[in-house]
Design a binder for this molecule. Structure first.
Ligand code: HEM
Length: 557
């Protein structure tokens, strides 16, 4: 297929596609079973443009990068978001993901500064703190659901960076609410779902309950901020203080709620999935994992990463990029034609749905030789240059491109760089791995993985000896540790974390290890740690020095 012509009603042809199996439903039952796999089979069989009927909807699967560019960028004004995202309004209201037209442009302008580079530099420090804190609660040999762990982590990151709030205590509630919401979204794909939504049936009831739970959390964040009267300089303050240029009015709580909930959900669900699939892919490709470890050791030399390191870690970035290629969290981007449109020789009637699927295009052997192979070397600049731009579009494109794209790249690479220095994850034998494509591409059965520490007990003891003799060498061996104080702090805080978390998490430091720390140091730390633990959550100042930094990151439970 080449390029795109402007709309012309003289194009009568309908592209090839799968035959309808049910008179009313078209191919909907097959599509619903495994939508991403179905789209792939349709594209493989029928080519770059395929037609199918999904219930009452006429749907076109578009799989050529040039046609995708034209829809997302060149002719973007001819399209609105698909019905599925419009339906997300029952949850997200008129937030950035779901709003359209001038209102969307205004809201996007308002939210954009929260993602400027200088902000990202600050967020990066928080991303690393949150990742390190998560890793500190893990114990070697424990089997954890990595999807759950990554969801908690990415939620903590978005809460801390965009809302200056500790939402980790809400993580389970948000997780449960999200699971209920995803259940209903399955139902919303059915024809006549607009009516289904109004019925008092159990899935609708559960959805409403879940939405109320999320509302409670977000309205609480808004009320707390309004009550404090503070400008925390974060996204939430920006939304609350923003004034309309025309009428000088502020946003209502409902408008702030819609934007805040959108960012809370869009900002953690996708990245959690991406990271989960990355740990899975690394566990299946030990040679890739070893090369990533080598890069981390060479570039970071054992220290914690910063925003500037993202540029210095091309292989690790390639690992994350390759994971987004094979398991794109937004597995399909949908659009609806406002007026008749044409692609090549084919007419696309007004109101048709266009489905553009990263899952499909990212597996096309024309752009990706051996497409199922996890190969971060594809991301070397000389390889990337050979591909059409929209052969890869995990973040969409055009005016509706993901606002959090740079945030997500930084987060992905920094979380990998922080956790992979300490930990290796191995899939629990026999754990079933399958995708579930609803709104995002989730692991259907979670991702049960066993943790292996990359820092053995013997190495830890050796480290301690080294710490007394040669600080520089020691620092390079144990990531993030700058001096004995940091190390003592780490051991003690680990024991404290243990007392507040589950038995699968890290055991207290062994007697021998504790003994190796000078008594006076231990005492100082315990005295210093205790009062801080009594402070309200989130009241610790941002990092000022290396040891304060470590202190806040290690000790606050
Ligand atoms: C790996 C992680 C992520 C992926 C794969 C991803 C993917 C996407 C895609 C494909 C779109 C465009 C949807 C469309 O055109 O229909 C989008 C939009 C959006 N994303 Fe992301 N996203 C990610 C992370 C984030 C993060 C971290 C945030 C916020 C902190 C975020 C916030 C948003 C918002 C608000 C929109 C709507 C933008 C608009 O329409 O103006 N996303 N995302």
């Amino acid at each position: 297929m080449e390029g795109l012509t402007t709309a012309s009603s003289s194009l009568p042809l309908r592209p090839p596609g799968p035959k309808n199996t049910r008179p009313w439903l078209g191919v909907l039952p097959h599509f619903r079973k495994d939508p991403a796999a179905y789209l792939l089979s349709v594209a493989r069989e029928h080519g770059d443009l395929a037609y199918m009927r999904l219930g009452p909807q006429h749907a076109f699967v578009v799989s050529h990068p040039d046609a995708i560019r034209d829809i997302l960028v060149t002719h973007q004004n001819n399209f609105t978001k698909s019905r599925m995202l419009e339906r997300a309004k029952v949850l997200l209201g008129d937030g950035l993901l779901t709003s359209e037209g001038e209102f969307h442009t205004r809201q996007r302008r308002l939210v954009q500064p929260a993602f400027h580079r200088d902000r990202l530099v600050r967020y990066a420090a928080d991303m690393v703190i949150c990742a390190e804190r998560a890793g500190l609660t893990w114990a070697p040999g424990a089997a954890l659901d990595m999807h759950r762990e990554m969801t908690r982590l990415t939620l903590a990151i978005v809460g801390r960076t965009l809302f200056s709030a500790d939402v980790s205590s809400d993580a389970d509630e948000i997780g449960r609410a999200m699971a209920q919401i995803f259940e209903l979204f399955d139902t919303l794909l059915l024809p006549f779902s607009d009516w289904i939504q109004k019925l008092p049936i159990p899935p609708v009831r559960r959805f409403e309950k879940a939405r109320d739970q999320l509302d409670r959390i977000v309205y609480r964040l808004i009320a707390e901020r309004r009550a404090s009267g503070q400008d925390a300089g974060d996204l939430l303050s920006m939304l609350l203080l923003a004034q309309d240029e025309d009428d000088k009015g502020h946003m209502t709580d409902k408008q702030v709620r819609d934007e805040a909930l959108t960012l809370l959900i869009a900002g953690h669900e996708t990245t959690a999935n991406a990271l989960t699939w990355t740990w899975y892919l690394l566990s299946q490709n030990p040679e890739v994992e070893a090369r990533m470890h080598e890069e981390l050791e060479r570039v970071l030399g054992g220290r914690l990463p910063t925003f500037d390191d993202v540029m210095r870690l091309p292989y690790t970035t390639g690992v994350f990029a390759e994971s987004l290629r094979l398991f794109p969290p937004a597995w399909a981007v949908g659009r609806r034609a406002k007026q008749e449109y044409s692609i090549g020789d084919y007419a696309i009637p007004a109101k048709s749905i266009l489905l553009l699927s990263p899952w499909v295009v990212h597996r096309d052997p024309r752009w990706w030789p051996e497409p199922e192979r996890f190969n971060p070397d594809r991301w070397r600049p000389e390889e990337s240059e050979k591909r059409p731009k929209f052969a890869y579009f995990p973040f969409g494109g055009g005016a509706r491109v993901c606002i959090g794209e740079r945030f997500a790249w930084a987060e992905g690479v920094l979380v990998l760089a922080t956790l992979a220095q300490h930990w290796k994850m191995r899939l629990v034998p026999g754990h079933p791995v399958a995708t579930r494509a609803v709104i995002t591409l989730r692991p259907k059965h979670g991702m049960k993985m066993t943790l292996e520490s990359r820092i053995s007990d013997a190495r830890e003891q050796e480290f301690l000896r080294m710490l007394h003799k040669n600080k520089g060498a020691a620092r390079r061996r144990l990531p993030g540790i700058q001096n004995e104080m940091d190390y003592a702090c780490r051991i003690i805080s680990t024991s404290m974390v243990r007392s507040t978390s589950s038995p699968t998490r890290k055991p207290p430091a062994s007697r021998a290890t504790l003994k190796a720390i000078p008594k006076s140091l231990r005492l100082i730390r315990v005295l210093a740690v205790a009062p801080r633990r009594m402070l309200p959550q989130g009241s610790l100042a941002s990092p000022v020095s290396s040891s304060t930094f470590r202190f806040t990151s290690l000790v606050v439970p």
